[in-house]
Design a protein. Structure first.
Length: 419
């Protein structure tokens, strides 16, 4: 499937995911203001860690290994390897999450303790989200873009319907938060029979050891990634809440959450197309040409989109949030440059994962998660909430230059190997 077709299906699924995300944001913002938005960030950070530890960490490795193998017996061995790893990860993730919840309850403030029940319910639903994510990553490796897009769209439709209906019947922002993982949980039970049928068939085929080792490498990267970003956001949010106010942490969370929702439009298209595409490519020169072509296209689209967002920022805040979030308007100027460099960096990041450069990506993830926290704390001390947003942009400018240089080195090595 070419990039145009991939983009068409990916845009359809992503528009629905964006719509679902914005509906939830609007409900939470209108019912509980910046404080509720801050709590939404806490719940979603914990959910993200769990969905990754529960199997999402393997997603990129699954896609790469399936895409780079012929449709033969070894491919089925990869699926059986996935089943073996998935079962172990589910047990480990559940144990870790129980420990984290206990620590959060005893070590966190009273406000966070009140979130425990909401977090637990969300985590139960997120378990099924992880199973769907694994299945979708396999479809991506098989280039079944239409099917995986359909599952994403279906989950988003369920989220929109559930959150909207509950808003009118029982207006509680916590129900809107739960509707996000609930959409994927419903999809899991729809595809459960197909998953079980495939697993029963693959169980008769020997595990592909090389694929298992490769997926485990991606899983290690996934673990680090799943811990670094949500944890850094939790630290920054908590620092803002303690140093300034919970209201200001909610304003910061609103800006971050808005960026996350609209950026998924581009990141989804890149991950669905670039990783399986580059996994199949052997010539380093062709890879380099493809990646730089993407950088050009993504740059133009991003600049146009961000100019439109900045021009309409006041209307966006009123439509997606409410008047209590009007302070966000002044922060867009400092947030959007970071979003731009983040998107361009993703082109290199997904390409490096397609090349199998997992260890270097892992190191970058750790380093720039730490610099993000340090720069944000320094920024908050000097400029308040604006300082955290400025730190976000500075961090991604530095990340862009670092990953661009490393990509050039890695693709050069790939070129030598292929000759």
């Amino acid at each position: 499937m070419n990039f145009a077709s991939t983009t068409l299906f990916t845009v359809a699924q992503t528009v629905m995911k964006m719509l679902a995300g914005f509906v939830v944001i609007k409900i939470v913002a209108s019912l509980s203001g910046p404080e509720g938005m801050s709590n939404l960030g806490v719940v979603q950070n914990v959910n993200l860690i769990y969905v990754m530890l529960c199997g999402g960490i393997m997603a990129t490795g699954i896609t790469k290994n399936i895409a780079s193998n012929d449709r033969n017996k070894s491919l089925f061995g990869i699926f059986n390897s996935v089943k073996s790893l998935e079962s172990k990860l589910s047990i480990i993730a559940s144990i870790i999450v129980v420990i984290v919840i206990v620590l959060l309850y005893f070590l966190s403030s009273h406000d966070y303790q009140n979130l425990m029940l909401l977090i637990i319910i969300s985590l139960v639903l997120t378990f099924f989200h992880a199973k769907v994510l694994i299945y979708i990553s396999a479809l991506n490796g098989l280039f079944k873009i239409r099917e995986l897009s359909g599952l994403h769209i279906l989950a988003s439709v369920f989220t929109i319907i559930i959150s909207t209906v509950t808003y009118y019947l029982y207006p509680d922002w916590r129900l809107a938060v739960v509707s996000l993982p609930l959409g994927y949980a419903i999809v899991f039970f729809i595809i459960r029979k197909e998953r079980n049928r495939l697993y029963r068939y693959y169980n008769r085929i020997e595990i592909n050891k090389s694929a298992k080792e490769s997926i485990q490498q991606y899983a290690i990267f996934g673990v680090i990634s799943a811990i670094c970003l949500p944890t850094s956001q939790l630290i920054i949010r908590t620092y803002i809440a303690n140093d300034i106010s919970v209201h200001d942490s909610g304003i910061w969370q609103g800006v971050i959450r808005f960026s996350e929702v609209y950026l998924v439009l581009i990141s989804s298209a890149l991950s669905v197309y670039l990783i399986p595409k580059i996994s199949n490519m052997k010539d380093g020169k062709c890879i380099k040409r493809l990646v730089y072509h993407f950088v050009g296209i993504v740059s133009l689209v991003s600049i146009a989109g961000m100019f439109a967002i900045y021009s309409m920022r006041e209307y966006i805040i009123v439509i997606l949030f409410d008047d209590t979030f009007e302070e966000m308007a002044s922060l867009f100027l400092y947030q959007l440059p970071g979003d731009f460099f983040k998107i361009i960096s993703w082109v290199f990041a997904f390409s490096m994962l397609g090349l199998g450069s997992v260890k270097k990506m892992l190191i970058l993830e750790v380093i720039f998660s730490l610099t993000y926290v340090v720069l944000s704390i320094l920024g908050v001390n000097v400029l308040g909430v604006k300082g955290a947003v400025v730190a976000y942009s500075i961090n991604y400018v530095l990340y862009f230059f670092a990953i661009g240089i490393i990509f050039g080195v890695e693709v050069g090595k790939h070129k030598k190997k292929s000759t």
